[in-house]
Design a protein around this ligand. Structure first.
Ligand SMILES: Nc1nc2c(ncn2[C@@H]2O[C@H](COP(=O)(O)OP(=O)(O)O)[C@@H](O)[C@H]2O)c(=O)[nH]1
Ligand SMILES: [Mg+2]
Length: 458
């Protein structure tokens, strides 16, 4: 609680700060197959990864600590770190046999089991039993420390109660240290799908060789003195770099095509009647969000310079119909700090494993800002989504109600909240406040804002 309120104060301070910078900036320049009603899960084949990393755990049982701590195979390090090729190199050869989402099959099944998107749709009232219809090749994914166990327990309970008890998607847990028995017991008792526990390879959670550690240390000291949130933290920087460039390449994640990121202590306030993974597949979306806001500018001072350098070096990766307008108010000269809040994400792993995304991440990583500044994975994912994806590949889920300290997304529209049996306070909804960037997303995509948005301003 105390930790929560300290954070809240910090967020308010930085929100005010960023608002100020956003306004002064404006003044100057005017931001995932399974059959029928039974879900069998996706079989993970640990053997297929042997040549890659021996220290990853893919199992339907919890790994022993010894297994988790098995050393990296010598000679596999470079494979583990080799990110230069196209996405195919990240897949085991027999991937096709594992139920890779086939659009044609989804469409066929979709006709038999239409998604219940609205109260009048068939199946809407079926909230008590397993949802019929296909499952996507998807998983929840959580990066966590052992000490996060009861905070992630809270999140899992809510995700299960509001959605996953009817869908039983798997859950992958990743950690830079071996998960302990308590973590494994508590989380596996709560999750309705299979649970997998993975250890992060050392080279994905350490300084790359080109980083000057003294310089990085000085930056941390300076940020500490300036009371910049997480400014003095080494682990937070490794976390942000890992979420930016590596979680989707962990061996456990290679089996899946779509992910839903869940952090400790989040809340889901409304029933989720339909399968958001299937919505992404059917609508051809690659990334989705529920909250957006301005980043704390001090943590990303040169991120846009690095981005511009990437754009110049890799024009072939920039999508023709992108969302640059979401990110910049002056046609790409400067960054307006708008980003999708990445503690909630449902997205395509194939996209993150694509050459364009990997090239982008590597280019940023070489510039060192994860350590010389404090680049967050939220602006990194958002800039990538904004530039590398077509704008209609990014989705906003109004009806997934979400909280992560200190912001809430409570669906706009009273009837929607009643239909979804929401328990959030509409007054807490952040979407249409001045320091949210969600309006920009709607305007840029020519989308009609949900009914009632204008009475929720400020
Ligand atoms: N394994 C591990 N997970 C971490 C570490 N630091 C943060 N995380 C996880 O990374 C995510 C983001 O961290 P969090 O403390 O929630 O940051 P915030 O949401 O930006 O305040 C959460 O899922 C944390 O559990 C770390 O040092 N080790
Ligand atoms: Mg968090």
């Amino acid at each position: 609680m105390a930790k929560g309120s300290t954070r809240l104060v910090r967020y308010v301070v930085f929100a005010v700060f960023t608002l100020t910078s956003a306004f002064s900036f404006q003044a100057l320049a005017l931001f995932y197959f399974v059959s029928n009603s039974k879900y069998n899960g996706v079989t993970v084949h640990p053997g297929d990864f042997k040549g890659r990393w021996d220290n990853s755990q893919s199992q339907d049982r919890a790994p022993t600590d010894q297994e988790q701590e098995a050393p990296l195979r010598s000679g596999s390090d470079s494979t583990a770190g080799d990110t230069s090729g196209d996405s195919s190199e990240y897949y085991p050869k027999d991937r096709e046999e594992w139920g890779v989402t086939s659009k044609a099959r989804i469409a066929e099944m979709g006709k038999q089991f239409p998604l219940a998107m609205n109260p009048n749709d068939p199946g809407w009232d079926n909230l008590m039993s397993t949802a019929p219809g296909p499952r996507m090749n998807a998983t929840f994914v959580t990066l966590a420390r052992n000490s996060d166990v009861y905070d992630i327990a809270k999140s899992i309970r809510q995700v299960e109660d509001r959605f996953n008890r009817r869908y039983n998607y798997d859950w992958v847990f990743l950690n830079d240290k071996p998960f302990d028995d308590t973590f494994k017991k508590v989380t596996s008792s709560l999750a309705s799908g299979k649970t997998h526990y993975g250890l992060i390879p050392k080279e994905h959670w350490s300084y790359p060789e080109w980083i000057d550690r003294d310089r990085a240390k000085k930056v941390r000291e300076d940020m500490k003195a300036r009371k910049i949130i997480y400014g003095d933290s080494v682990s937070y920087r490794h976390m942000c770099r890992y979420e930016s460039g590596f979680f989707f390449r962990h061996p456990l994640m290679l089996n899946y095509e779509y992910y839903w990121r869940v952090e400790p202590s989040i809340e889901l306030f409304c029933d989720v009647h339909y399968d958001p993974f299937r919505v992404l597949v059917e609508e051809d979306k690659k990334y989705s969000f529920v909250l957006s806001l301005y980043e704390y500018g001090e943590t990303i001072k040169t991120l846009w310079d690095s981005t511009k350098k990437f754009m110049k070096n890799h024009p072939e990766h920039i999508a023709p119909d992108n969302s640059l307008e979401f990110l910049s108010d002056d046609d790409g000269e400067t960054y307006n700090n708008c980003h999708f809040w990445s503690n909630f994400e449902i997205g395509s792993l194939d996209w993150l494993r694509s050459k364009s995304y990997i090239d982008f991440f590597e280019s940023l990583d070489k510039d060192g800002g994860f350590f010389y500044e404090r680049w967050g994975d939220a602006p990194v994912h958002s800039i990538a989504a904004g530039l590398l994806l077509k704008k209609d590949e990014i989705k906003f889920f109004n009806d997934i109600a979400y909280y992560h300290v200190p912001f809430t997304h409570c669906p706009t529209g009273e009837q929607t909240r009643l239909d979804l049996r929401c328990h959030c306070n509409p007054k807490d909804n952040f979407d249409w406040k001045t320091y949210s960037c969600t309006s920009r997303y709607f305007d840029l995509n020519g989308l009609k804002k949900p009914e009632g948005h204008d009475s929720e301003h400020k």
